[in-house]
Design a protein around this ligand. Structure first.
Ligand SMILES: [Zn+2]
Length: 59
């Protein structure tokens, strides 16, 4: 299974795509990081792949 993650551009914290998809917009979980991360920040091909196979990404 392809692992889809997004790295915060400010601090490098890695967030799983399913967390982003649940929240759509979320504050970076990194310590002292105020960056706001969006599911839409993922590359289009990664979003499409995730949405096609989202049942497999549920924890
Ligand atoms: Zn961050």
């Amino acid at each position: 299974m392809r692992i889809i993650t997004h790295s915060c551009p400010a601090c490098g914290t890695v967030i799983a795509a399913n967390e982003l998809e649940d929240n759509r917009v979320m504050k970076c979980p990194g310590l002292d990081c105020q960056e706001v991360l969006r599911f839409d920040d993922l590359p289009e091909d990664a979003r499409e792949h995730f949405l096609e196979h989202r049942d497999r990404y549920q924890i």
